[in-house]
Ligand binder design. Sequence first.
Ligand SMILES: O=P(O)(O)OP(=O)(O)OP(=O)(O)OC[C@H]1O[C@@H](n2cnc3c(O)ncnc32)[C@H](O)[C@@H]1O
Ligand SMILES: [Mg+2]
Length: 174
Amino acid sequence: MDIKVRKQMRIIIGSKNKAKIQAVEKVFPNASVTSKGASSGVSAQPFSDEETKQGAIHRALNCIQGETNTFGIGLEGGVMFIGNKLYLCNWGALALPGHLYTASGARILLPQEITKELLKGRELGEVMDTFAHRKQVRQKEGAIGIFTAERISRIDMFSHVIELLRGQWEYNQL
Ligand SMILES: O=P(O)(O)OP(=O)(O)OP(=O)(O)OC[C@H]1O[C@@H](n2cnc3c(O)ncnc32)[C@H](O)[C@@H]1O
Ligand SMILES: [Mg+2]
């Protein structure tokens, strides 16, 4: 089954982060995609699944405020404890009037040295740049790219989340 997206479909992604924008463009190649620096309404470094998911939802809803015929997409990166181990977690939300779809992304365990820095209150994006001796890791490969030897980049991971969102919306159209 293949639901064709209307050419004029408008999508607003609630972030200026290049990895997030590229992921949306990959999954919706025929849509008009614009970006907006939407607030997440949660802390800059979410520390639970719940908070990360809430950030994604907040961004998506913010994008469609006052809009018609527009899809809002919110993507949020965070970390979460399972027992005493800290994992990278990511959430996405797709909002359209009257509907909200959510999906989460792949998780990987973060090394102890990264966990230590995050517990001091630092943001993962900044910690990753120091750790990897690179610039703007958050806009490109991401922590997930670094710690998977670049087999899965932040763009790949978010693309998968967006496919899950798009698929749920398509299922609802059948
Ligand atoms: O401009 P926005 O959309 O906020 O993009 P961001 O890179 O800050 O991304 P998030 O707010 O979604 O992520 C929350 C924090 O976690 C960081 N982060 C999350 N996943 C990451 C990853 O895979 N690589 C690097 N940093 C990551 C991110 O840089 C922030 O410091
Ligand atoms: Mg951020």
